[in-house]
Design a protein around this ligand. Structure first.
Ligand code: IPD
Length: 318
């Protein structure tokens, strides 16, 4: 029988070291030489490196935690999470970026129990930014230290910085503490993603909503500061956790894209709700999400305003 009380610190520490091993595999692979296959269509990509990393991670996890389940992007047939203790892994989140040698990619690993993500690790091996969180213990960014010859960056409040080893700094998220209040959509920087469904109801809902978010008053739009489409759901969540992005809205991605980022966002004071109006309690495998950063005064007003800007309803196969 599965262990009823998973040791979250032990799980976190193991995933942390696995992320670094996986990162070395990713940075030493040459995307130009890694054969690319398509899955659902020509914009849904997978490489030999995705498969090799998932293989290494799943076999390491199976030997260390043999009673826990595993849900991985390249091997799962359903994408469904059960209430069993489960590792949820995307070996390369941002495969399209990887194929184009664009360095906005990550390995994303979560541990969930009773369908709730409790540990999250997201690592971009190109920037060596490692985001990590355990439920109830805060979210952190471990990254190469800022060279002392540089002026300090304004977003790193001194009291928020905790040195770990000489070359790395461990910083509690969000980077600005206390997190400034949200100022509504008009002042917001928002991440969206195009996804790989390019026709039908979900495509129309997305493209009309993008236009409604970006358009000015004369179009009936919210005129956000801007929209960003960066290509890694996990890193988008981490940018919201940092406080660099105000919100991230997406439909079509899976539990392995958002599971780890979810814990990191929540532990940084942010909130994850559903991508459709009224979905206050989304499932991790629900495939449509609105992620809002931590803020003094909370996120409720922003969530209502965002849902009011939606044009249609996202309906993905579960
Ligand atoms: C994709 C990325 C992308 C999101 C897609 C995902 P993958 O993950 O997270 O940002 O828009 O829905 O499939 O395929 O690169 O692991």
């Amino acid at each position: 029988m599965a262990d009823p009380t998973p040791n979250l610190q032990e799980v976190h520490d193991f995933l942390f070291t696995l992320a670094i091993r996986a990162g070395t595999m990713i940075t030493s692979a040459n995307p130009a030489l890694s054969p690319v296959d398509t899955k659902k269509n020509s914009s849904d990509l997978v490489t030999e490196t995705d498969k090799a990393v998932e293989d290494m991670v799943s076999s390491s996890l199976k030997s260390k935690f043999p009673s826990y389940s595993f849900l991985g992007e390249e091997t799962s047939t359903s994408g469904h999470l059960t209430s069993a203790p489960t590792f949820i892994v995307d070996p390369i989140d941002g495969t399209t970026n990887f194929v184009h040698a664009h360095p906005y990619i990550s390995i994303s690993m979560a541990f969930a129990y009773e369908c709730r993500p409790l540990v999250g690790i997201v690592y971009n091996p190109f920037t060596q930014h490692l985001y990590h969180a355990i439920h109830g213990k805060g979210a952190f960014l471990t990254a190469p230290s800022i060279p002392t010859s540089h002026p300090p960056l304004p977003s790193h409040g001194e009291s928020n910085v905790e040195p770990v080893v000489s070359a790395y700094t461990r910083t509690r998220l969000p980077l600005k503490s206390p997190a400034p209040p949200l100022q509504g959509l008009k002042q917001a920087l928002v991440a969206i993603e195009w996804g790989n469904e390019r026709s039908g109801n979900n495509w129309e809902t997305k493209t009309k909503t993008f236009s409604s978010l970006a358009g000015d008053d004369s179009t009936g739009g919210s005129m956000v500061h801007s929209l960003r489409s960066l290509g890694s759901a996990a890193l988008n969540c981490c940018a919201v956790a940092r406080g660099d992005l105000d919100a991230y809205w997406e439909g079509g991605c899976w539990a392995w894209d958002v599971g780890a980022g979810w814990v990191i966002v929540e532990e940084a004071g942010g909130k994850v709700v559903g991508g459709n109006e009224g979905e206050w309690k989304p499932n991790v495998d629900g495939r449509r999400y609105l992620v809002v950063r931590g803020a003094e005064g909370g996120q409720e007003e922003m969530i209502h305003e965002f849902w009011g800007a939606l044009r249609g309803k996202l309906e993905y196969e579960q």
